[in-house]
Design a protein around this ligand. Structure first.
Ligand code: HEC
Length: 121
């Protein structure tokens, strides 16, 4: 009987190992293109929150170029925020984007404020 238990345990473990596949993000260039197409109208081409629609928005988009906005946020939180949107604001839920696109966008906005390079235009 022991071998049977062991077999079941092994099976359970290998199922865990398979787990969630790691999220592979689209390329930075593809993320940038998506951003320009879908996000810049509110968030601004540079990500400073000064998109053409800003004036009509009740809650204003944050300034991604300031590092402060993302200090308490993880990439995982950004991904779910982009996917689910922000109820009560104009931030839409991006159900039409797939996981790779959302992952790419999360990294893109995360790095606007200077991920590695500390860019501040
Ligand atoms: C129609 C306007 C609009 C569009 C289009 C839009 N957003 Fe937003 N977004 C907002 C607003 C407004 C907020 C601020 C919400 C709030 O104050 O709670 C926001 C918030 C966010 C935040 C959270 C910032 C924070 O501090 O929590 C992220 C990240 C974000 N948007 C990413 C995106 C991405 C990526 C896209 C494109 C796929 C996008 N947004 C498209 C209006 C928009």
């Amino acid at each position: 009987m022991r071998w049977l238990t062991r077999g079941i345990l092994l099976l359970a473990f290998s199922a865990c190992d398979a787990g969630e596949p790691a999220v592979v993000a689209v390329s930075p260039a593809a993320a940038r293109a998506l951003y320009v197409e879908s996000c810049a109208i509110c968030h601004g081409d540079r990500g400073d929150g000064q998109g053409p629609r800003r004036r009509s928005l009740f809650r204003k988009p944050p300034d991604f170029t300031r590092q402060a906005w993302r200090q308490d946020k993880s990439l995982e939180e950004l991904r779910s925020l982009i996917r689910e949107g922000r109820p009560g604001s104009d931030m839409p839920a991006w159900k039409s984007l797939d996981d790779a696109e959302i992952a790419g966008l999360a990294v893109y906005v995360y790095e606007i404020g200077g991920g590695a390079g500390g860019r501040s235009e």
